[in-house]
Design a protein around this ligand. Structure first.
Ligand code: TMP
Ligand code: ASP
Length: 235
């Protein structure tokens, strides 16, 4: 399958149309942004790592019965995906306190939560992706009750699969953000799962192996992405 026209360019990916109206090609960039694009930089090698890591874990999800947009990896940076209508919700699952949760609740980072949490943000950069709940999503027509139920069920399943999988690699899954789309009327997992969208800490040292190294200027950003990729053992 070949790229036709550039449909959309986001902060970390470009999306192209193909000859098949149901399929798109995603091309992952090394560009990194944080704080709604206010901070900009490059993480060398990130595009290939995020592409290959996303495809690897999406295959694990598919094997566990979670539908995803994954179709075929074309090369290091490019993948054929099903063309979905993105549900404008960022779905965040947390296993440990960190980031905005820790800040909002006046907690240290790294406290294990008694049970995983789920939260929604309304995907809207101008509004800085405000925190909303399912009533807001319904009231604003962002998704239907059935869609929210599917999203919630899939998100917690994704958490269980990833938590176990990363634990086997010596990585603690602190939290992550995922996005879903509509494909021929059904909810499927879309977008990416990568060190850009997850907090991943080394289980022993609690070292951060994710985009917080870029957001917070912690250094060794590329090394952290490479380390996660190495542990995945994709080759
Ligand atoms: P937060 O603690 O800043 O709310 O982030 C929660 C999780 O969501 C964390 O794993 C990082 C991820 N995330 C994104 O993928 N994109 C974003 O724009 C933000 C703010 C967070
Ligand atoms: N990618 C997001 C942005 O640029 C933020 C983040 O991941 O922290 O706004």
């Amino acid at each position: 399958m070949e790229k036709k026209e550039l449909l959309y360019e986001g902060k970390a990916k470009k999306v192209y149309t193909t000859e098949d109206p149901d399929m798109l090609i995603v091309s992952y960039k090394d560009d990194a942004t944080a704080f709604d694009g206010q901070k900009k930089g490059t993480i060398v090698g990130k595009g290939a790592i995020n592409n290959r890591m996303t495809n690897h874990v999406f295959k694990l999800f598919e094997a566990e019965g979670i539908p995803t947009h994954f179709v075929e990896e074309l090369n290091d940076r490019e993948t054929v995906v099903k063309k979905v209508e993105i549900v404008p919700l960022e779905v965040i699952i947390r296993n440990f306190s960190a980031g905005s949760f820790a800040k909002k609740l006046g907690m240290e980072e790294g406290i294990k939560l008694l049970q995983p949490t789920l939260e929604f943000s309304y995907k809207n950069d101008d509004l800085h992706d405000p925190f909303i709940n399912d009533y807001y999503a319904l009231a604003l027509g962002l998704a239907t009750r059935e869609e929210i139920d599917d999203i919630t069920r899939y998100a917690f399943r994704v958490n269980e699969i990833m938590r176990k999988y990363f634990a086997g690699l010596g990585i603690e899954l602190i939290d992550f953000k995922i996005e879903f789309g509509r494909y021929h009327g059904a909810i499927i997992l879309a977008d990416e799962v990568s060190p850009d969208t997850c907090r991943l800490w080394d289980m022993e040292t609690r070292e951060k192996l994710d985009k917080d190294r870029f957001r917070r200027d912690l250094g060794n950003v590329e090394d952290a992405y490479q380390e996660v990729f190495r542990r995945l053992g994709i080759q």
